[in-house]
Design a protein around this ligand. Structure first.
Ligand code: UDP
Ligand code: MG
Length: 136
């Protein structure tokens, strides 16, 4: 059975700053992800706060929003069979130290906050996050 899904991916400021966006995009494409839409943007802190609203009570919330709005990011809609889970797997664990070999965060992540990529964690959140950045 086919289960083509779409998920939202963000290449975060630490990776864009190091010019890793093309290499990271290649990692997605090598795993069979199709990049449906993409744009390089810089967001306001208030937009980061809205995007990461689920984390508003966490101690790291303020730093996280300052960081995500600190420089250019690349936002992409990725499509593949079971894309949400497949992307989480390719990204690796939140803390790059715990991420498996071959994952984006293991390869490029600097620390738990500068971990190079974001990916939606459920089909429902993927829809919300895709709309957040790409709603016409
Ligand atoms: N984060 C952080 N400190 C923490 C936990 C998370 O700075 O202790 C940041 C990190 O950049 C992470 C983001 O907050 O990617 C969102 O956290 P989440 O638990 O949703 O991790 P993810 O879904 O990105 O793996
Ligand atoms: Mg998350």
């Amino acid at each position: 059975m086919s289960n083509l899904e779409r998920t939202l991916s963000i290449i975060k400021p630490d990776a864009v700053e190091r010019n890793l966006d093309d290499q990271i995009k290649k990692m997605f494409e090598n795993q069979g992800f199709k990049i449906i839409k993409e744009k390089k943007i810089q967001i306001e802190k208030s937009e980061a706060e809205s995007f990461y609203k689920v984390h508003e009570t966490k101690p790291f919330f303020n730093d996280l929003c300052t960081y995500l709005s600190s420089g250019p990011i690349v936002v992409m809609i990725l499509q593949k069979e079971n894309a949400v889970l497949a992307n989480r797997k390719l990204m690796g664990a939140t803390n790059p130290k715990n991420a498996e070999q071959g994952t984006i965060r293991r390869k490029y992540g600097i620390s738990i906050d500068k971990n190079s990529v974001h990916g939606s964690d459920s089909i429902e959140n993927a829809k919300t996050e895709i709309d957040f950045f790409f709603k016409e």
